[in-house]
Ligand binder design. Structure first.
Ligand code: SAM
Ligand code: SF4
Length: 340
């Protein structure tokens, strides 16, 4: 007996490798108030305003993705909280949290504006955030961000904690910069109840220095941490590339994102939308779809969804980051374009 093939699911995004896309990262601005050395050149040229989608346009595109099965949205940047009126977008998306819509709305931030926005984020329905903090040394922080103030970020983090947000600290591991601070970072995070996620540098966008000089393998970091901490493998998964361990001494978790040492693409459930409405199907590949053109040409929701579905048919199997081949950068755009 023969069975008819199931009708195509038009309200889900399934790529050619059978992966269901349910997670959208949205870079709401390419601008930032810091210039982290691994992320941006000191003298960056930012996008002209006309190329950047309005907050209303961004919300409309997010709505189309939610209609196609996106259950989690992470706002990022550049620095999402420096975009003027960004809270109106966050509040708008917050209304989409619910059984038929988003399971989670979250953001990745450098923390400089958190003291101002922590309560508003909670009111909008945000429950947890990622904050990037590579070092607890004020001088090293200023050097790593070119002019950032550690106190301002720590104050923001503490305001977020007081507001009731769960916090994960993201730290890029860099040889000669913070490699001897890993125990201190883990201890500090543990004391405050924060998870810690360590990241290897990725070859994205031209910066002044050679990234191979700073590259620090997380296999080495993990082995060193194990001298002082009990790291128990855990099944905890975020659907992303991090491998997590429970830290017995703190009751918190430490994760390792190792795009250079291990391939994490098999379970990839995400796509990335930039503030110009460009949809990247993979962080490490250049292929993209322009959603701004149909949006500004007056496309209705069905047409927007069709444009998104077409893009998903082009989601590649994986990236080709290899640090030895990282200069020139493996992909030309900076991390601040797609937001990591
Ligand atoms: N400004 C926000 C922040 O710093 O959290 C959000 C955007 S930032 C591009 C997102 C994350 O990407 C940060 O944790 C940052 O450390 C990381 N990142 C930036 N450039 C990177 C690179 N070349 N390799 C690895 N991580 C990078
Ligand atoms: Fe800005 Fe985040 Fe890039 Fe640092 S990592 S320059 S805070 S966008």
């Amino acid at each position: 007996m023969r069975y008819a093939a199931p009708a195509p699911q038009i309200n889900a995004m399934i790529d050619p490798f059978g992966r269901t896309v349910s997670y959208l990262r949205v870079s709401v601005t390419d601008r930032c108030d810091l210039r982290c050395v691994y992320c941006m050149a000191e003298d960056m040229t930012f996008l002209p305003k006309r190329e950047v989608l309005s907050l209303e346009e961004l919300e409309r595109l997010c709505g189309a993705f939610i209609g196609l099965g996106v259950r989690k949205i992470r706002l990022t940047g550049g620095e999402p909280l420096v975009r003027r009126n960004v809270m109106s977008l966050i509040e708008g998306l917050g209304t989409r949290i619910g059984p038929e819509g988003l399971e989670e709305l979250t953001l990745t931030t450098n923390g400089t504006q958190l003291a101002k926005h922590a309560d508003g984020l909670v009111a909008a329905g945000v429950r947890r955030i990622n904050v990037s903090l590579d070092t607890l040394d004020a001088d090293a922080f200023r050097a790593a961000t070119r002019w950032g103030k550690l106190d301002q970020v720590v104050e923001g983090i503490m305001a977020a904690k007081a507001a009731g947000l769960a916090i994960k600290i993201n730290a890029v591991a860099m040889r000669g910069v913070n490699e001897h601070e890993m125990d201190r970072l883990l201890e500090w995070c543990g004391r405050h109840g924060f998870d810690l996620c360590l990241i290897e540098t990725m070859p994205m966008g031209e910066i002044e220095e050679d990234r191979t000089d700073r590259f620090l393998s997380l296999d080495v970091v993990r082995a060193r941490l194990r001298l002082n901490w009990t790291l128990n493998p855990t099944g905890y998964q975020t659907g992303g590339p991090a491998r997590y361990f429970d830290v017995a001494e703190t009751g918190t978790r430490v994760g390792f994102i190792t795009p250079m040492s291990h391939n994490f693409c098999e379970s990839c459930n995400r796509v990335r939308l930039t503030c110009t409405g460009t949809l990247y199907m993979c962080l490490g590949q250049d292929d993209a779809a322009d959603l701004r053109a149909p949006l500004r040409a007056g496309a209705d929701d069905a047409q927007l969804k069709a444009a998104i579905q077409e893009a998903i048919t082009r989601k590649p199997r994986g990236h080709d980051f290899v640090i030895e081949r990282a200069r020139p950068a493996a992909v030309a755009r900076h991390m601040s374009v797609t937001g990591g």
